[in-house]
Design a protein around this ligand. Structure first.
Ligand code: GAL
Length: 680
């Protein structure tokens, strides 16, 4: 099967263009293609919100503007990412078929409003989208300018209409083998006398949010239902050929969707990324961004597309800070370094009215090329052309993986207990990631179905929910020589959020870690516990667990009024591997100290060696293609980084000069290259 995107030799550079917004104005597509060339852009993403323009009335289609734009792209030798329009339905559709609109968690039916307000189950909506998508594919699949299908826009949230609740009942009935007693048992419905007598009695789960296992299944169901809807969109598109790759844009950190379930439907992942650069949390934003890029990359283990980013500033934050020229290019490079094959923007031309009229764009209302942002985009385009040989390169796997498990996070967050205001799952993941990131150590963010055996160390942050297969996977991995580092609440509940009996972590994990976790204390502000590790004190401020060590060796201890002198960090040898457990959070310095000796023990080498205390935010990523490695060293810190040592065999990508040590400007980057056989 040919793949137009893979065959295209350039990184995609460009963005969301809405010609329909300019149809009745003096601004013509000719003008936009002219500016596109000047901006060193090669791609427009179109069609996402064009449904009501193309199908003004039911069954009456007018594709003339789109014919013009897509043909112009072809004539100009540029590319089109063509979106299906399901993200925003026309008014006639909502009025004629109200079932297409969503029902909220509180059972209120949404009126026709904004976008992303459609039921994923509605047969009418599916049918209307099918008709549109088939027309789109029939018309444009043969046009070589179309390089990717962009299915819908940021699939998100859920719907509680009767059609969805019926589908949910069917989902549960299938899951529990049509046996309501199984459901009652797994959801512990005797609690508060909530037993179901039949699946017909299942209603909107938000009517009774005390059944936590059901809420968890609702989240799974909503993700599945979204994927099912997306698959129906894709089937309509693929009726006219499969050589145009399929993607849909996803949101880093988006809570209500399990994106791992998108893996088999799309050909590549796409990411919309809007960090707040140049703000007070610049470094944390960089860490956060890198974390999510890695997560999306690893879902398919192949390059993704940065589908949206902003030139300048967004319009939806409390404070909308502009990016400086250097962060414009550094943020583009961060995406490329992390495995993106594109730098695409929302939006190409700043819309004239409404909600996003002040959202950053390549072309401002001013309309010409002589603006700071236009120049900056154009420079990025030039840079992407210069490094085009890197397109398609895979990202080198790190020695360390961090497991991000959305299902466990949902279950943990939804459960009453611990620190109810904020369980701290995400922050814990990011804290771990940050430590490795700011020491230039290759680290992958992975999902629970991914292969652990590629890694020397797998970090399991707050892995509250472990089913049998995950528990076996961890056990086998350690038995065969792997190292794991877990912190808090490990193996507390099963896949239905039922607490494990007989002590946690569940089952064999107790032997793997050599501990039993008896209690957890949630701490008030200022109510810190003090732990001691290697003669140094570290305080912890959020959670403290009471561990009973079986076989495990105690590495750190704390003295607490509640538990007495008990372990805070343990390590256990199990088979050929080791399992670390950290019973405290939020702490600063403790995990870093333990991990730094662990990294040495495992012989894990950072990509770069530098004074990480002084230069707080220098990091590196490596991509590989045709036996050549490309290392991107990035400095998100406040000062230029000097004396950054790189291991043997690297040369500067642009000059070809050998490099053993480099400096990296504030908000700057360097690209180095070597043949894989050259060095270590
Ligand atoms: C994205 C969305 C775009 C645009 C952008 C603004 O979430 O996909 O259509 O609204 O946000 O930042």
């Amino acid at each position: 099967m040919s793949d137009r995107l893979a065959e295209y030799e350039y990184f995609l550079h460009g963005g969301d263009y809405s010609p329909e917004q300019w149809k009745d104005s003096e601004i013509t597509p000719e003008e936009d293609f002219y500016l596109q060339r000047l901006a060193n852009c090669n791609t427009f993403t179109i069609g996402m919100f064009a449904w009501s323009d193309i199908e003004k009335e039911e069954g009456v289609f007018d594709f003339s503007l789109y014919d013009k734009v897509i043909n112009m792209a072809y004539e100009n030798g540029t590319r089109i990412i063509l979106a299906t329009p399901s993200g925003a339905r026309p008014r006639w559709l909502a009025e004629k078929y109200p079932e297409v609109l969503r029902t909220r968690h509180d059972n209120v039916k949404e009126p026709f409003n904004t976008r992303h307000n459609h039921c994923f189950t509605s047969p009418v909506y599916r049918e209307k989208v099918r008709i549109f998508n088939e027309k789109l594919a029939e018309r444009y699949a043969g046009n070589p300018a179309v390089i990717a299908w962009h299915i819908s826009n940021e699939y998100s949230f859920d719907c509680c209409c009767p059609l969805c609740i019926k589908a949910f009942r069917e989902y549960l009935s299938k899951k529990f083998d049509n046996d309501i007693e199984k459901l009652n048992k797994e959801y512990c419905t005797s609690f508060w006398g909530h037993k179901y007598r039949s699946f017909e009695e299942i209603e909107n789960p938000f009517n009774d949010s005390s059944i936590e296992g059901m809420l968890l299944d609702w989240r799974r169901f909503s993700s599945e239902q979204t994927v099912d809807f997306m698959n129906s969109e894709i089937r309509a598109i693929e009726k006219y050929g499969k050589d145009i790759p399929i993607t849909t844009n996803m949101m880093p950190g988006y809570y209500h969707m399990d994106y791992t379930r998108f893996k088999n439907s799309v050909d590549m992942m796409s990411v919309d990324s809007y960090p707040q650069w140049n703000g007070p949390n610049h470094v944390d934003e960089a860490v956060n961004t890198a974390f999510w890029f890695s997560y999306f990359y690893n879902i398919k283990q192949k390059p993704f597309l940065l589908m949206e980013s902003v030139p300048g500033a967004v319009s939806w934050r409390d404070v909308n800070k502009l990016k400086t020229n250097d962060t414009e290019s550094l943020s583009a490079i961060q995406a490329i370094a992390s495995g993106s094959d594109s730098v695409l923007y929302f939006q190409w031309r700043k819309s004239r009215g409404n909600y996003e009229k002040f959202h950053g764009a390549v072309v401002d209302h001013y309309g010409k090329e002589d603006t700071r942002i236009f120049r900056s985009v154009s420079n990025t385009g030039k840079l992407l052309e210069d490094i085009k040989e890197i397109k398609g390169a895979t990202v080198k796997n790190g020695d360390i993986a961090i497991l991000y498990d959305i299902e466990s996070r949902w279950a943990f967050d939804e459960s009453r207990g611990y620190s109810n205001k904020d369980k701290g799952y995400m922050k814990t993941c990011l804290d771990f990631y940050k430590y490795f990131w700011k020491n230039g150590i290759g680290t992958d963010v992975i999902s629970k179905t991914d292969d652990f055996t590629k890694y020397k160390l797998v970090v399991l942050p707050m892995l509250y929910m472990t089913d049998e297969s995950l528990s076996n996977k961890i056990t086998d991995y350690v038995k065969n020589g792997g190292y794991v580092y877990a912190n808090l609440v490990l193996g507390t509940v099963n896949e239905n959020d039922l607490c494990y009996l007989g002590g946690i972590p569940a089952g064999e994990l107790k032997n793997v870690f050599g501990i039993r976790n008896e209690e957890i204390d949630s701490l008030y502000d200022g109510d810190d516990y003090v732990t001691e590790y290697n003669g140094k004190n570290f305080s912890c401020s959020k959670y403290a667990e009471h561990l009973i060590p079986y076989e495990a060796k105690v590495l750190a201890e704390y003295t607490s009024e509640v538990f007495g002198k008990v372990p805070a960090v343990t390590v256990n040898e199990y088979g050929n591997g080791k399992a670390y457990y950290q019973a405290v959070y939020e702490e600063s310095g403790l995990k870093e100290s333990v991990l730094s000796s662990l990294i040495k023990e495992l012989g894990i080498k950072p990509y770069i060696i530098f004074d990480a205390e002084k230069y707080k935010a220098v990091t590196a990523c490596v991509r590989i293609k045709n036996k050549k490695e490309y290392m991107f060293v990035q400095n998100f810190g406040d000062i230029p980084a000097e004396n950054v040592k790189v291991a043997g065999g690297w040369s500067d990508f642009f000059t070809g000069e050998k490099r053993y040590e480099i400096s990296v400007n504030k908000n700057g980057y360097r690209i180095l290259t070597r043949y894989v056989t050259d060095g270590e």
